[in-house]
Write a protein that binds this ligand. Sequence first.
Ligand SMILES: Cc1cc2nc3c(=O)[nH]c(=O)nc-3n(C[C@H](O)[C@H](O)[C@H](O)COP(=O)(O)O)c2cc1C
Length: 150
Amino acid sequence: MQITAEPPTIAVSINKENFTCEIISKSKKFTISILDKQTPMSLIGTFGFKCGRTVDKMEHVTCIQKESMIPIVTDHTTAYIEVRLINKIDVGTHTVFIGEVTNADLITDKEPMTYEYYHDVKGGLSPKNAPTYVGTQSKKETKQGGKNNG
Ligand SMILES: Cc1cc2nc3c(=O)[nH]c(=O)nc-3n(C[C@H](O)[C@H](O)[C@H](O)COP(=O)(O)O)c2cc1C
């Protein structure tokens, strides 16, 4: 979510149970990858439904390192954003991390995947820890990542 344009500031809402929450709190930086529409459900399954505490998510992907030195996955990433943490807000189940954009670039000219496209075209679902989870999907679908994912 964009917060201000000048300086460029954005926010993300991360569930406190997620490894990502611990890592951002400790490192005080994070990156965001904007995925293209062709992103396979298997990649979304790894990063969006598995936990970095138990799975090495970076094992089968290609990465680059830029200013922040955080590995940025380039598989199906059309653009990336590097962020320096400037504030965080406790909102109960989630922490909202607010950060200043330190670097951003386009990698390809492919069309980015929106949430609407992910849900309506790819049949993707939101796992329990995502802020958009509404609790109407079956347990099997939530674990698999969507109706079209096995
Ligand atoms: C499309 C999609 C969007 C998601 N958005 C968020 C989000 O904004 N915040 C969040 O905490 N988790 C979100 N999730 C869920 C996490 O990616 C998921 O809980 C993951 O297993 C966390 O991995 P980690 O423990 O390595 O951080 C999303 C998942 C998907 C598939």
